[in-house]
Design a protein around this ligand. Structure first.
Ligand code: DGP
Ligand code: NA
Ligand code: NA
Length: 213
């Protein structure tokens, strides 16, 4: 007699939203919370500026280099592809990944410049599909008020308005929209509740799938 061995894997959880919506601090709080519950969990962030590709992206964002819109789009995508196998390995080993931005940023920010939406999606095909997308919803005007923008390329109200419209086109009913204008603790609580449900579903053997699904 053999014990029934159900593979349990980690969940791929993505946070999306405009610049200054609170994604980065909510992502790390979520990781701390999950760790506190005894889950194996890691924080990832895209773009990952530490790789060679990431350094090219960083220079572009800091306005230290100019690149064609399609070229930078492909670099952002390449930056996700270079992490793909590591992500799959970790998920299959049971580690949940909390990811600060993913392919949806890729498509939203490039199509906001007028690059064709379907063209933007193409290089993301075959990346791991998230089990859960958490969208931190905040009006662009509100996000702009929050401590102001830094000096990076995309941190301008008019552009962020276009990005918000592109996220609108991309989002589907599976995304969980969280009102990011609430007090930070309330946002945190809501995210915690949503995430726990999804982590459990993955531990019960929900298979990994690929973009775009
Ligand atoms: P962050 O490090 O999360 O502040 O992201 C840096 C900026 O880059 C931010 O304005 C969002 C933007 N961004 C993130 N991912 C992508 C992407 O894949 N493509 C494009 N064009 N922009 C992105
Ligand atoms: Na930013
Ligand atoms: Na961020």
């Amino acid at each position: 007699l053999r014990a029934c061995n159900i593979e349990s894997r980690g969940a791929l959880i993505v946070l999306e939203g405009l610049d200054r919506c609170g994604k980065t601090s909510q992502s790390s709080r979520l990781v701390s919370y999950m760790e506190g519950l005894g889950h194996s969990v890691e924080l990832l962030r895209f773009p990952d500026r530490t790789t060679n590709v990431g350094q090219m992206i960083s220079a572009y964002l800091l306005n230290q280099s100019e690149l064609d819109d399609h070229t930078i789009h492909l670099l952002f995508s390449a930056n996700r592809w270079e992490k793909r196998s590591m992500m799959e390995t970790k998920l299959k080993a049971g580690t949940t990944l909390i990811v600060d931005r993913y392919s949806y940023s890729g498509v939203a920010f490039s199509s906001a410049k007028g690059v064709d939406l379907e063209w933007c999606k193409a290089p993301e095909i075959g990346l791991l599909a998230p089990d859960l997308v958490l969208y931190l919803d905040m009006r662009p005007e509100k996000a702009a008020e929050r401590g102001g923008y830094g000096d990076e390329r995309y941190e301008h109200l008019e552009f962020q308005k276009k990005v918000a419209q592109c996220y609108q086109i991309l989002h589907d009913p599976s995304w969980k929209m969280v009102d990011a204008c609430q007090p930070m603790e309330d946002v945190q609580k809501q995210l915690q509740e949503i995430v726990l449900d999804h982590v459990l579903a993955c531990q019960k053997g929900k298979p990994l799938s690929l973009l775009w699904s």
